[in-house]
Design a protein around this ligand. Sequence first.
Ligand code: ADP
Ligand code: MG
Length: 598
Amino acid sequence: MSAVAEASAPKAPRRITSWHLLLNNRLATAGLVLLGLVALMILLVPILPLPDPDVTAPADRLKPLFTAGHLLGTDQLGRDILSRLLWGTRVSVAVGFAATLIAAFVGSAIGIVAGYAGGRTDNAMMRGIDMLMAFPYILLALAIVAALGPGLMNALYAIAVVNIPFFARNVRGVTLGYVHREFVDAARLSGKGNLSIILTEVLPNVLPVIVITMSTTAGWMILETAGLSFLGLGAQPPQADLGSMLGEGRAQLFTAPHVSIVPGVMIFLIVISLNVLGDGVRDVLDPRLRSGALARPGPVTDVASGRAVPANAAADAALSIACLETGFQRGSKIVPAVRGVSLYVKPGECLGLIGESGSGKSVTALSVMGLVASPPGLIRNGAVYLGNEDVLAMPETRLIASRGSRVAYVFQDPLTTLHPMYPVGRQVEEAIAAHQSIGAAACRERAVALLEKVGIPEARERAKHYPHQLSGGQRQRVGIAMALANDPDVIIADEPTTALDVTVQARILELLRDLQRERGMALLFITHDFGVVSEICDRVAVMKDGEIVETGETRAVLANPQHAYTKRLIACVPELGTGERFLERVTGLFAGGKEQAS
Ligand code: ADP
Ligand code: MG
């Protein structure tokens, strides 16, 4: 990377393309290189100075490897093995790939149509596929060749046909997952025809699966081609392909093993390199692996090495964020999401962080404990002080140990943050056990006490229930109990009541407020609702497009908002009985605030 680019994007890791991911996989790269070499050789074979592969020379039979003029020796009819090998590989690879393409095309078409149409069409098509699958496939291939007559083209058809079911089944399965998705319904509502929906909505989503199946079956098909030729049903003499060379060399296995070993090694190399490459391609294209395994985010958000570290402006605060800048890697650029945010929360205080969706509130909150996924996240500048210690400069283990014990989070949707397969009591116990080494019985008692504390009735019984057996409000209470488990100094609540109805919201707010007062914790409360802020926050910071535009005592800001954006947010709080004027007020302010908004 050039010095200029480095200056503009500190410690910017390169953009990770599929290509990079593939080359990161050493085995896949080796397979790719090997296949590249084979491809080069079989493309160049017509212009290489090789003897005619089919000309026999009985006087020169079974010459060993490295004979002058015959690098790989000669076979039982005196034909040059190198020449036959290259020409034969050309035939085998061409037939294998052609069969793959045919099977992929026909199989995918069947799979998509069956999955898309459903009902009787699906049933009829899939029963046909089942019938194909009911035969051992090599037997089926033999039967097809027997019916059509031996020959390379017939072998190709036979192999294509027996592989159609793999594509049809895979593709149908994936198609089923897409046909009931909202974007397909939307396309249908917009008046698109079936064919057009299949081609533009379904196919692009299914394509990775088709490519993956192709890359993992191509080696297999080359092997099957060789198998049929080996049995004398594929390539016919004198034409060479890898299978027929192997078959013809079999009789000389003991007197001249190289005649069969040479094509055998070639088959092995091609198939193994296709398989490792296929695995690599699958890892790259499979969306689940793509977002995870190969480019797994680190345990802690990356921090730019040359970041500016401002001093702590609020020494007595429990949490103080100074000029925090967090961005996301996109291409070679870093798109900022949080730009120079500074705020602090003192012990026993509640700070509201308010802003519309996408203004950077969650990224700010997650940056505090290095929880923004990296890549693509990167903290470019600023500091986060817990007491007087800069979190971003902490060793990784200490930072991870501080999560939950010094700073705890409560998230928006308790159903997604609670584990569906464990009773809630056990999850609270786990939160305790993560930071305290106390006995199992004591841990259970503490968990029940915590659940009681957050207002869950009959806590001992309820602790045995699973998340789906609790109401939304109760689940959020469990979330709060988990956050309280280790008596943290700071609780960050990221829209904890947005998923709840108004009465439950009021009770949860009250609970948070009481607990926070009682324990003297600092509470950073994130919301988009000024109504909520007015109920529980001492001070408020208003965030817009990644920046704090206004901050102050809640009452003062509510009574006399300075920034147009703050006025708009306040106007968004509906008042009873002003329904008709509500929209007027909000839209009026929107029109007024346009120049500032854009
Ligand atoms: P909110 O204020 O609603 O919590 P966020 O903090 O989640 O907003 O998002 C702020 C900005 O950061 C948004 O523009 C969003 O697109 C961007 N962003 C958040 N997470 C990622 C990510 N993983 N990759 C790229 N951009 C992201
Ligand atoms: Mg958010």
